[in-house]
Design a protein around this ligand. Structure first.
Ligand code: ATP
Length: 238
């Protein structure tokens, strides 16, 4: 098998006396889409944040393309090709859509900015229509699209997504997942954390189920969708 793009090897994370990650091991292969699902408080956000070194891990190691990164700075990790489209969007509210996208190239320089902007507008036509509009005036779904597009502007090798469907209407969730599918078909490597297990597992090649800081189950997206435990705990028993 190829070298994993991302690998967690027996990772522990603590917040004071609380252990938020317990011996977590997982991997994401190049070109793969992997979903991490789990209930509130399971440790999903902690796992994503630990990739950028905040919080620092207490045990184990995190590897990006074979290199240990747990002792690296957040800046180093971002510059080496991992981008995150954050939960809560965290876009620059006062800037226009286009200015937000331009900010996405800060770490890599602006050499490809024009062609990459054109590519983003192709992928997200809604952002093209609104490119001169200030980000604060966008709908929730459009802000999520902008957060994803801005992350892509840094030409990441690995795109991390924290709850891309959070707080969005079902029809908008569908649009976002259709765009993610297009990205995976273009060969992007995606690691997404989601409470919306149905959409996430339908998109993913493989998935992991997390509970109480531990990986409880793993398998292909379809196998997890068919799994009794997953169905009753995360898919509303259907
Ligand atoms: P959610 O979907 O609700 O965000 P999650 O699966 O992302 O949940 P985490 O936010 O990673 O879960 O939280 C995992 C555990 O760590 C929880 O018990 C939480 O209360 C605890 N925790 C998270 N952040 C901190 C912190 N800064 N200090 C102390 N405990 C924390």
């Amino acid at each position: 098998m190829a070298e994993p793009m991302l690998k967690f090897d027996a990772v522990d994370v603590f917040y004071g006396p609380v252990q938020a990650l317990k011996q977590v091991s997982l991997s994401v292969q190049p070109g793969e889409t992997v979903a991490l699902i789990g209930a509130n408080g399971a440790g999903k956000s902690t796992l994503l944040m630990s990739i950028f070194g905040q919080p620092r891990i207490a045990q184990g190691e995190i590897y990006f393309q074979g290199e240990p990164i747990s002792q690296r700075s957040t800046h180093f990790i971002a510059a080496s090709g991992i981008a995150q489209a954050p939960e809560g969007r965290r876009i620059f509210a006062d800037m226009t859509v286009e200015e937000n996208l331009q900010m996405g190239t800060i770490a890599i320089g602006s050499a490809h900015q024009k062609s990459d902007l054109a590519r983003m507008y192709e992928l997200f036509p809604r952002l093209l229509e609104r490119r001169k509009q200030r980000a604060m005036t966008l709908s929730g779904g459009e802000q999520q699209m902008l957060a994803i597009a801005r992350a892509l502007m840094s030409r990441p090798r690995l795109l991390l997504l924290d709850e891309p469907s959070l707080g969005l209407a079902p029809i908008v969730v569908k649009q976002i997942f259709a765009i993610l599918r297009e990205l995976t078909q273009q060969g992007m490597t995606l690691f997404l954390v989601e409470q919306n297990a149905r959409h996430a597992l339908a998109l993913a090649d493989r998935g992991y189920v997390m509970a109480n800081g531990e990986i409880r189950l793993s398998g292909s997206g379809q196998a997890l969708l068919d799994n009794e435990e997953v169905r009753s705990a995360y898919l509303g028993g259907t």
